[in-house]
Ligand binder design. Structure first.
Ligand code: G1P
Ligand code: ZN
Length: 543
């Protein structure tokens, strides 16, 4: 087995976005494209010789080919050991768990999360550091810089490693351990939650449905919910990961998880429904004919955290991304703990968790998690909800409505405009910025603008500054509209409009969010000139 040094030409488009490098499969299949990016990672992280790397992905199209390439490159770059999930599978939270548990140097996760898969879909890759979390911007920026000048990469000439059974292999001087991708993660969940209480709940006539959306969470849900907690096998649907996710869009929201939504809104609906995304880090929580917004879900978990054994001592603090509603802030205030507002993207939570400043984190984009790993975690959120329901024995709707009576309701919705021409989308943002100085004190119907800005964040731990993280229009009554361009889309530009209004009066808590937010929605259209600038006034996805 010889190490080959291959001469290569740089690509100019390998800039990691909100969560790693995501491109069409066909882009990754170009000769040397993946290799250049992987070598750029290895050059920048400069792992000591003999270091251990974790490797796995969400099983989407090109996962297996990419794993073989990365294994051979790791061997040629001096790694001593790679822990790879059986079949090349590791959910994103499980990868984070394995990186931490075995105190490895870090890991490479292959996923484009909730983006569609298959030959014509997306592929993605990111590096996570030894804390189990996504590499911070200073590392991803350095990887991008390296990718622009790279001239060679190292790869071992060797046969492929069989990935379908657990076991140990050698690749040059490196060991490859094919590990059970589920076991370590399932053990961690059993340590955090009251499995006995959940088992009792599931045997008490309580019915649930978990939709793995033909993606990576299937094997995890089967092992934990069915094998360890005794839920009937049909409680987990679409549980076999497929390279094209069954042709679906593995994003757990009301639009893309419609199969589950129809079941939960049917006549004979189960008591609880949940779904997760392509790589298993997102979650959607549903009750019988009831949708829990991710912002509310974070607040409910925070308010009831002590019911779960892993959080019985209480929370150090909570963090939420800026566009996420302030529902969790109200809980934090009552608990007397700090609440941090960070830019969009899980990587901003890592420093706060490492410093012991926060225990729970969440994003409005169906992401919730805690310091048990350094990624958001779909099944974790589902188990946390089940643990709370097992103790409280209330329906999801009752639990949520009682929460609103206590804390008030942050009525919330996000409108996405996908596939916009990039210039028109940035034109909308420019136009909004140009209005900053004239907006304060302007009255729009029943709302008056208090302030507006482009969100900027100074990390309280390392003082790094992230600017231009989304335009905020804040109103005097605490309501707000946020405009932001997506950093994960691969097709044109996606404009996200986040809408939030605070409603303290319980007699209005039954209102549908779109109804309750109607006036703010029309103000957003007026302010942004969206229709005039893009020709569009109907969102692609409403969550
Ligand atoms: C989206 C979400 C963001 C999340 C990211 C990765 O990023 O909005 O909250 O962290 O996916 O799952 P965006 O496309 O908005 O940049
Ligand atoms: Zn994901």
């Amino acid at each position: 087995m010889t190490i080959q040094i291959i001469q290569t030409q740089p690509f100019s488009d390998q800039k990691p976005g909100t969560s790693g490098l995501r491109k069409r499969v066909s882009v990754f299949q170009q000769p040397d494209y993946l290799q250049n990016f992987v070598q750029s990672i290895f050059n920048i992280i400069a792992a000591p010789s003999g270091a251990t790397l974790v490797l796995g992905g969400d099983g989407r199209y090109y996962n297996r080919e990419a794993i073989q390439i990365i294994l051979k490159m790791a061997a040629a770059n001096g790694f001593g050991r790679v822990l790879v999930g059986q079949g090349g599978i590791l959910s994103t939270p499980a990868a984070s768990c394995v990186i931490r548990k075995y105190q490895t140097f870090g890991g490479i996760i292959l996923s484009a999360s909730h983006n569609p898969g298959g030959r014509d879909g997306d592929f993605g890759i990111k590096f996570n550091t030894s804390n189990g979390g996504p590499a911070p911007e200073k590392i991803t920026d350095a990887i991008f810089a390296c990718s622009k000048t790279i001239s060679q990469y190292r790869i071992l000439e060797a046969a492929d490693i069989p990935l379908d059974a657990t076991g140990t292999h050698t690749l040059g001087d490196m060991q490859v351990e094919v590990i059970d991708p589920v076991a370590d993660y399932a053990d961690l969940m059993a340590a955090l939650f009251d499995f006995n209480a959940i088992r009792d709940l599931l045997q008490s006539g309580f019915r649930m449905k978990f939709d793995a959306m033909h993606a990576v969470a299937g094997p995890y849900a089967r092992e934990i919910l069915v094998n360890r907690l005794g839920a009937p096998a049909h409680s987990v649907m679409n549980a076999t990961p497929l390279p094209d996710f069954g042709g679906g869009h593995p994003d757990p929201n009301l639009t893309y998880a419609h199969e589950l939504v129809e079941i939960l809104y049917s006549e004979n609906a189960p008591d609880f429904g949940a779904a997760s995304d392509g790589d298993g880090d997102r979650n959607m929580i549903l009750g019988k004919r009831f949708f829990v917004t991710p912002s509310d879900s974070l607040a409910v978990l925070a308010a009831n955290a002590r019911l779960a054994p892993g959080y019985a001592d209480g929370l150090a603090g909570i963090a939420r991304s800026m566009p996420t509603s302030a529902a969790a802030d109200r809980v934090a205030e009552e608990l007397g703990i700090p609440c941090f507002e960070t830019p969009t993207g899980w990587k901003f939570f890592g420093n706060l968790m490492d410093a012991g400043k926060v225990t729970l984190c969440g994003e409005e984009s169906f992401g919730t998690g805690s310091d048990h790993v350094r990624e958001k975690d779909g099944l974790w959120a589902v188990l946390f909800w089940l643990n709370i329901l097992a103790i409280k024995r209330q329906s999801v709707e009752t639990l949520m409505k009682r929460h609103w009576v206590r804390f008030g309701r942050n009525v919330y919705s996000r409108h996405d405009y996908e596939g916009l021409p990039a210039e028109a989308a940035s034109g909308v943002m420019q136009h909004l910025r140009a209005r900053f100085s004239s907006l304060p004190d302007t009255v729009f119907g029943s709302y008056t603008v208090k302030t507006c800005d482009d969100f900027s964040y100074t990390d309280p731990i390392d003082a790094s500054v992230s600017t231009a993280q989304g335009i905020r229009i804040l109103f005097t009554d605490g309501s707000r509209i946020v405009f932001r361009l997506s950093g994960t889309g691969t097709d044109g530009a996606t404009l996200r409009i986040y809408l939030e209004a605070y409603e303290p009066d319980p007699s209005n808590h039954h209102l549908d969010a779109q109804e309750a937010l109607a006036e703010l929605i029309s103000i957003a259209m007026q302010l942004s000139e969206l229709k005039e600038r893009t020709g569009r006034d109907t969102p692609t996805v409403i969550t």
